[in-house]
Design a protein around this ligand. Structure first.
Ligand code: KG4
Ligand code: ZN
Length: 355
């Protein structure tokens, strides 16, 4: 059976500090998309301030939505549905995005989809153009962002099994905290990667938490503490640039090795569940890191998996993935009621069909 023809879908993302909207056609082609980062608003506080985020979403979203609709050349009546991230995330922003989606759906009598943000990351690999013919289920997802760090067996739309995750910090959080120690500002990941490029990754022998441990859980707080101790020992105030670069490179290598090891374990677990599984998909802001991508690619190839690393703009929070998750749900006839309440906590395994 071919896909039932569907009209374009509007997606809205507002779960953290990116305000985003996108319109995709029924085959997943992007007709228009827009992401407004609130980075500058939160940077003075060294992290995302929920109340500032919610207000910024409220201020930015109406024009963003109007803008993508105009660029897609569509009136709301031409849509086949509206999808918005409904969790997990910061409740203020989730309410803003969900209410906007519901308002449009109600006014134009359109189907509404409450998207699990983690599922949107998970389904990104199935967008046309990334894997020829679209990534087939099942595949392994490694989600590594500022808020999430987990391995998930993606077995179908609404069918996810969490294989392991962090017992303390997320990988992105570790990057942000170490960047702060090095005086790099927030968010720290991109700045730290840049600094590390000129450093010696073998200079400091930082711990590799969980390396070799059974399963695929992660831990990053011990590594962060070890870096803090070394930075403390190196003296007061700003480190010489060359020393900071060595710390950054050594830390980055430790994270890359841990992620590669955990991914290797997760791939073995995935094989045991589904011998036909061949793909390791990475998502989340940390997947933008070149050293980490290279380490994961090598780990995947060693066991006959292929790494699928979407372009960075699709790894970090965006609305293309939300619209796409909406399309995948609508294709299966999965529509949500307008009484669906946004969920600050919404584990992927609770996102089953028929919730
Ligand atoms: O997925 P994302 O945009 O937002 C969520 O956390 O949901 O991920 C942001 C995180 C931040 O912790 C940021 O420091 C990290 O991803 N990050 C990176 C890089 N770019 C972003 N970490 C390491 N290397 C990078 N190039
Ligand atoms: Zn995200």
């Amino acid at each position: 059976m071919g896909n039932v023809l569907m009209r374009p879908v509007l997606g809205i993302e507002s779960s953290c500090d990116e305000t985003a909207a996108a319109v995709l056609d029924d085959e997943g082609r992007v007709l228009a998309e827009s992401v407004a980062s609130q980075e500058a608003a939160h940077a003075p506080y060294g992290g995302v301030v929920p109340e500032i985020a919610a207000r910024a979403h409220l201020a930015l979203l109406p024009d963003l939505v109007r803008g993508v609709m105009a660029r897609a050349g569509l009136e709301f009546d031409a849509l086949g549905g509206v999808a918005a991230s409904a969790g997990p995330g910061l409740i203020g922003g989730l309410i803003v995005g969900s209410q906007m989606a519901k308002g449009i759906a109600l006014a134009r009598r359109l189907p509404y989809v409450a998207v699990n943000h983690l599922e949107a990351h998970a389904l990104t690999a199935r967008l046309p153009g990334l894997v020829e013919g679209g990534a087939p289920f099942p595949y392994l997802l490694l989600l590594v962002s500022g808020g999430h760090c987990q391995c998930v067996a993606v077995e179908g739309v609404g069918r996810h099994v969490r294989l392991g995750g962090t017992v303390d910090d997320a990988a992105g959080e570790a990057f942000d905290k170490v960047a702060k120690l090095l005086g790099l500002g927030w968010p720290g990941g991109p700045a730290l990667e840049k600094l590390a490029a000129g450093g010696d990754p073998a200079r400091y022998d930082f711990p590799r938490p969980m390396l070799g441990r059974v399963g695929c859980d992660f831990s990053f707080s011990g590594l962060k503490t070890a870096v803090a101790q070394v930075v403390g020992r190196l003296g007061e105030g700003a480190l010489p640039a060359a020393v900071a670069a060595d710390v950054a490179a050594s830390f980055q290598r430790a994270v890359a090795e841990v992620l590669a090891d955990r991914a290797a374990h997760a791939m073995a677990m995935m094989r045991a569940r589904a011998p036909e599984a061949r793909l390791l998909v990475v998502a989340g802001g940390v997947a933008a890191n070149g050293t980490i991508r290279a380490a994961l690619r090598e780990a995947a190839e060693q066991v006959g998996f292929t790494l699928v690393a979407p372009p960075v703009r699709l790894c970090t929070d965006n609305a293309v993935m939300v619209a796409w998750a909406g399309i995948e749900h609508l294709r299966l006839g999965l529509v949500d009621g307008l009484d669906f309440s946004p969920r600050p906590r919404w584990p992927l395994e609770g996102a089953e069909i028929g919730r």
